[in-house]
Ligand binder design. Structure first.
Ligand code: PSU
Ligand code: MN
Length: 301
């Protein structure tokens, strides 16, 4: 896809000085968390990238215009928008949103597409989409995008609202390197260890940077994943999560929630059923992933 991109001033500056840039997604702002946690977290992620020495670029579609490096005002507008008024934009949604001059927050897949168009190859998010439990044909476009778009994504694994073994199988089929960052098993977003081994792992940003640079040198045609466990002091346990998730899945199935609505529905239910503890984990891992992505981008300079 080709885009007529609008660059924020901070991005133009960073590009001119050769400062590494880290892309950030915005679906988490419009669909992942409520106001004001969403804006506070988005700004804290930007700050974590800056503290690491890199330049943050929050990506979104604003009134039909793809923006690389949204301003604080634009992010605030996204954060305050009533749920559902800003569309969740994945690969399939670009023509409709842009053609009609609408705004869209970008999913992992959507962010990868615009990041590539803007020549940004490092991106931090919370969790990636995956294969839904009990619905093996509901495969997130994130996984297929990782199979064909060369952007490295730093995430906390995927939520166990998903079928994690099947998600790993699809990533393997798509040829996506999955690198544990400080972990030998895939983290499961709220929890640190899914019990599923990842094929490769590193213990710090400098080793991660060596892999990032090898991936760059190979001119890889697909994406790469670094998986970072949620910080220990904010992590939930697998046992408590499993109960919550089973209840949430049962409710989603009973209500017939499907398609793009499934993930936001599940995210909301989990917050409700965990009494807010999942929110604390979510915020902690998002900020930590932004920090790690910034550190890797700087170490790979
Ligand atoms: N998983 C999360 N938090 C999120 C998402 C996924 O733990 O906010 C968002 C991301 O933007 C991701 C999208 O790209 O949901 C995946 O949606 P779907 O499953 O419909 O592909
Ligand atoms: Mn889906």
């Amino acid at each position: 896809m080709k885009f007529n991109l609008h660059f924020g001033e901070h991005i133009t500056k960073a590009k001119m000085s050769g400062q590494p840039i880290v892309a950030l997604e915005t679906t988490v702002v419009t669909h992942g968390m409520d106001y004001p946690h969403n804006i506070d977290t988005a700004l804290a992620m930007e700050q974590a990238v800056r503290d690491a020495g890199a330049c943050p670029a929050s990506l979104g579609i604003v009134d039909g215009q793809p923006v690389i490096g949204m301003s604080e005002t634009q992010l605030r507008d996204f954060a305050k928008s009533p749920r559902g008024s800003i569309a969740k934009c994945s690969r399939r949604d670009f023509p409709a949103l842009m053609g009609m001059g609408k705004s869209g927050s970008l999913t992992v897949a959507g962010t990868m597409i615009l990041a590539k168009a803007a020549a940004i190859d490092v991106f931090a998010t919370g969790g990636i989409g995956g294969v839904h439990r009990g619905h093996p044909f509901d495969v997130s476009a994130d996984l297929l995008e990782l199979g064909k778009t060369p952007v490295t994504v730093v995430c906390a694994g995927a939520k166990s609202i998903l079928d994690l073994p099947l998600t790993m199988e699809v990533l393997e089929t798509q040829g996506v390197p999955v690198i544990g960052f400080g972990c030998k098993n895939l983290p499961a977003f709220y929890t640190r260890d899914s019990g599923i081994a990842v094929p490769h792992h590193v213990s710090d940003a400098s080793d991660a940077a060596n892999i990032l640079n090898a991936w760059r040198k190979l001119s890889s045609e697909n994406g790469m994943l670094f998986t970072v466990p949620v910080p220990e002091n904010a992590a939930l346990t697998n046992d408590e999560m499993e109960k919550i998730i089973e209840a949430a899945i049962a409710e989603a199935d009973a209500k017939g929630v499907h398609g793009a609505a499934v993930t936001p529905f599940m995210l909301g239910k989990v917050v409700e059923l965990s009494g807010g503890r999942s929110l604390k984990a979510n915020i902690a891992l998002l900020i930590n992933n932004a920090k790690v992505a910034g550190e890797i981008a700087i170490a790979a300079q």
